[in-house]
Design a protein around this ligand. Structure first.
Ligand code: NAD
Length: 489
């Protein structure tokens, strides 16, 4: 199969229930990273547009029916959004493959159903929530209400645009807030549909708004806006810092899901039949553009040679190709800029004396993909875990195998990083599994598995990988204000 026929799409802002262009009619182009064809012309918001959309969301919160309607009605509408997403699953998955460059099959089987589940899960979960009650002898009764905060700015990255936006939108809406969504500029296509999906589901106008543009302009304007009360952000650590600075004057509440550089620790007693394919997935899923990627593979020295041999063969067997082809397991990188950044680490690896195990070049591709931003699945070996390739988030199909001898050494290497989003441990020794899981300073540890998600659990990062937690009641608390009411009896 070759690429699907592409008509250039016009992507507009979604404000107060209508799609509209920017006040100054400015636009920018989005390209298909597999071919460099222009696939969309997107409205580029001005600061005035951000002021307008924030005011719309404010008015919808203060005066609209959303926060005062019955919880059952609100949650029914959110569940309806989830149903519509499933009805339009193929179309949305095709759009994700088109602008992100991720394999269609992955989006169709994994991320789009998960996006629907994000909405349904938080609607169902919200309906189960109660509050605390603290009687003070027989004199007073305290009880707690969880009320919506107001207008939420939802700023999301390009690597899983639809899934990550719904991961924020679900709890935001279930808790009764209104939203200003800002998708990543390179990948606006799928998220843009959330406006019409919300409208079709009966969500009142002004509750779900979407605004497009460059992060440093539109993202900054949302962050600085008086009408926006909270920011839920997923993206890079550098942008997280900027948002924190820019939101200080308006005293915003933040939730940050940031970068990672996870250690995937393989002990000599690991079941390699399972560890190898899962580690391949952890390294190369979405071309390695996953915050949870197991990009540092720590291998116990006694099994180093056999691990490297098997891992190399599995990496070389990955089918790299057209994201729209169901057989493709790995597509291109998202953009020219990102491609150049990832490629620059090939030079860094050479300078640092790392040993190339496989990859580093351009894969053999069909003619129509010759201009795509492709890099082969790339595996290095390096003894020095302090090297830049072992410390910096490369966010591409690029992993480094690092040897260790003892459990203690594995923990030291795993923790010697600024990041702390997640870790992975492979061992058949239960006590060791717990010891390592307790010792690694990260928000999620997977033992003998990776990327298994239960939406009730806390999700977030230690250190520079984030602030706060999402998931279950953690998300709902972020999107709520707790109010105590004390009654004299
Ligand atoms: P990014 O930080 O460049 O951009 C993310 C979003 O922020 C985009 O919508 C962008 O337009 C916007 N933005 C940029 N500058 C801004 C500013 N000054 N103010 C407000 N908004 C601004 O990140 P990216 O390159 O799109 O995504 C990759 C990063 O995201 C990686 O570091 C990855 O680890 C991280 N990520 C983390 C998680 C997680 O759950 N922890 C999940 C996915 C991605």
């Amino acid at each position: 199969m070759t690429s699907v026929e592409v008509k250039v799409k016009r992507v507009l802002h979604f404000i107060n229930g209508n799609y509209e262009q920017s006040s100054d009619e400015q636009t920018f182009e989005v390209k298909n990273p597999a071919t460099q064809e222009v696939i969309a012309v997107v409205s580029e918001a001005t600061e005035e547009d951000v002021q307008k959309v924030s005011q719309v969301a404010r008015d919808a919160f203060d005066h609209g029916p959303w926060r005062t309607m019955s919880l059952a009605d609100r949650c029914d509408k959110i569940r309806r959004m989830a149903e519509i997403i499933l009805e339009r699953r193929e179309e949305i998955a095709r759009l994700e493959a088109l602008d992100v460059g991720k394999p269609y099959s992955h989006a169709f089987a994994g991320e789009i159903p998960r996006a629907a589940h994000n909405l349904k899960f938080f609607a169902d979960f919200m309906e189960q929530q109660g509050g605390e009650a603290y009687p003070m002898e027989d004199a007073y009764l305290n009880y707690t209400r969880y009320e919506p905060v107001g207008v939420a700015g939802l700023i999301t990255p390009w690597n899983a645009p639809f899934m990550l936006t719904t991961w924020k939108l679900g709890p935001c809406l279930a808790a009764g807030n209104t939203a200003v969504i800002k998708p990543a500029e390179m990948t606006p296509l799928s998220v843009s549909l959330l406006g019409e999906i919300a409208k079709q589901a009966g969500i009142p106008d002004g509750v779900v708004n979407i605004i497009h543009g460059q992060g440093r302009v539109v993202g900054t304007a949302i962050t600085e806006n008086e009408n926006v009360d909270i920011i839920s952000f997923t993206g890079s650590t550098a942008t997280g810092k900027a948002i924190m600075r820019n939101g200080a004057d308006t005293l915003k509440k933040f939730a940050f899901e940031l970068g990672g550089k996870a250690a995937n620790i393989i002990f000599e007693d690991a079941d390699l039949e399972k560890a190898i394919p899962v580690s391949i997935n952890a390294a190369f899923l979405n071309s390695g553009q996953v915050c949870l990627a197991g990009s540092r593979i720590l291998v116990q020295r006694s099994i180093l040679d056999s691990f490297i041999e098997k891992f190399k063969l599995a990496a070389e067997a990955l089918v790299v190709g057209d994201p729209q082809d169901p057989a493709t397991k790995m597509g291109p990188l998202v953009s020219e800029e990102h491609y150049n950044k990832v490629r620059s680490y090939l030079d860094v690896a050479k300078e640092e004396g790392a040993t190339l195990i496989t990859g580093g070049g351009t894969p053999k591709l069909a003619a129509h993909l010759k201009d795509g931003y492709y890099i082969e699945p790339t595996v290095y070996y390096h003894e020095d875990h302090k090297a830049r390739i072992c410390q910096e988030e490369i966010f591409g199909p690029f992993v480094t195998i690092i040897p260790f001898d003892t459990e203690e050494e594995a923990l030291t290497i795993a923790n010697d990083t600024d990041y702390g989003l997640n870790g992975v441990v492979w061992t058949e020794n239960l006590k060791r599994a717990h010891r390592i899981a307790h010792g690694v300073r990260a928000g999620t540890i997977w033992v003998n598995c990776w990327f298994v998600r239960d939406l009730r659990v806390p999700f977030g990062g230690f250190k520079k990988s984030g602030i706060g937690r999402e998931g279950g009641h953690h998300s709902l608390e972020f999107f709520s204000e707790a109010k105590n009411i004390c009654i004299a009896l």
